[in-house]
Design a protein around this ligand. Structure first.
Ligand code: G3I
Length: 338
């Protein structure tokens, strides 16, 4: 679908260059937006409150990206903090915005150990299984046909490649993953179904475990369509070794791959040298995705340093996004889109 949109845009740009005025083509003063320089979906995590309250935030998002991922608004702890009492306000607002502006949505996320409501942790195995099934059916059902891709299972591995001891793993055992994908396919057959994780960008024990799992799920006929690589990088830890080869080996299993939460944090304060290293990391992430035909999406975890999860979690780190706090493009942006 993105390919068709891309071709239409390319024609529009050619027409504009030929001197014909088109109302919604990039303003002459701006560079060509990121979303117009690639056949991949280019996305950002978004927060409904910023979308509603900050016109400049909304404007840059609308101009530069053609995918949005709700940063928190679709998580179980947000939509059903109390059992059977749903709050869809933030999720609805983002999906409505996406429909109004012609953007795709990545749903995030259905089965995750974090941001889980307390009541889910307290269920015994049989109830938990029904609750997961019901949660998937309810949330995917609400947005049926409106979400291009869903992060069905999120962050299920430890860094050593063993399975995280989540409430799902403890009470339901290994089968919870295949069950979740089958329930997800039944809930919205049009959505691409992903498994998503961090520290899996390079070749390592965790990505090996993920690779083995995806290979087995495919062999068993479990409906999995894609693998998401979050790509929360930090300049002090180096660029993930074997990144492109890793994406390629997953793609060779017959699944799509996507960069789903990219950011590159730096030790504060930022300076020109650190921003140049950051730019280099973003460029490598971008190029590696573009070197793999089945890499279909490049999404960043927020786009402005004004709003980022990083300083809350790593107080001495920050400045992880493509745009600064004043929404000016940083070297990382211009490196990708000169
Ligand atoms: O909305 C409440 C607010 O009402 C309350 O006053 C405040 C007090 O702490 O908390 C607010 O909720 C916070 C929420 O973000 C919205 O800002 C939560 O405490 C906070 O834990 C939550 O953090 C999110 C985090 O996931 C939770 O694990 C981050 O925004 C979000 O960026 C982050 O995203 C994750 C992806 O989902 C999965 N991959 C890693 C990524 C980064 O950690």
């Amino acid at each position: 679908m993105k390919n068709t949109i891309f071709r239409i845009r390319a024609v529009a740009v050619l027409v504009a260059v030929a001197g014909v005025t088109l109302s919604n083509v990039t303003p002459a003063s701006a560079a060509v937006p990121l979303k117009n320089i690639t056949h991949r979906y280019v996305g950002s995590a978004v927060a409904a409150n910023h979308l509603a309250n900050e016109a400049d935030y909304r404007s840059v998002l609308t101009r530069e990206f053609d995918n949005v991922t709700p940063e928190n608004e679709m998580k179980w702890g947000v939509v059903e903090a109390t059992r059977s009492h749903y709050d869809w306000s933030g999720a609805d607002a983002i999906v409505d915005y996406a429909r109004r502006t012609g953007k795709s949505v990545r749903g995030h996320t259905l089965v995750w150990h974090s941001q889980l409501p307390g009541w889910v942790n307290d269920l015994e195995a049989g109830e938990l299984r029904s609750a997961v099934k019901q949660h998937i059916a309810t949330e995917m059902g609400r947005y049926k046909g409106k979400i291009r891709a869903w992060d069905v299972v999120n962050e299920m591995f430890n860094d050593d490649g063993t399975r995280r001891s989540s409430v799902f793993q403890q009470k339901l055992g290994d089968r919870y993953v295949a069950d979740a994908f089958r329930w997800a396919r039944a809930a919205d057959p049009s959505a691409k179904l992903y498994i998503n994780d961090y520290n899996t960008e390079g070749l390592n024990a965790k990505s090996d475990a993920l690779y083995d799992l995806v290979r087995k799920l495919k062999k068993q006929g479990v409906p999995i369509d894609g693998v998401g690589f979050q790509a929360h990088l930090a300049t002090q830890y180096g660029f993930p070794a074997g990144y492109q080869a890793n994406l390629a080996r997953f793609a060779a299993l017959g699944v799509d791959v996507a960069i789903t939460e990219a950011d590159v944090r730096i030790l504060m304060p930022a300076d020109a040298a650190k921003l140049a290293v950051q730019a280099n990391y973003f460029k490598q992430l971008w190029d590696g995705c573009h070197a793999v035909a089945r890499c279909v999406e490049f999404t960043t975890w927020g786009f402005t340093d004004r709003h980022s999860w990083v300083p809350d979690t790593f107080p001495s780190e920050g400045a992880a996004c493509l745009f600064d706090t004043n929404l000016r493009a940083k070297p990382a942006y211009t490196r990708i889109n000169p």
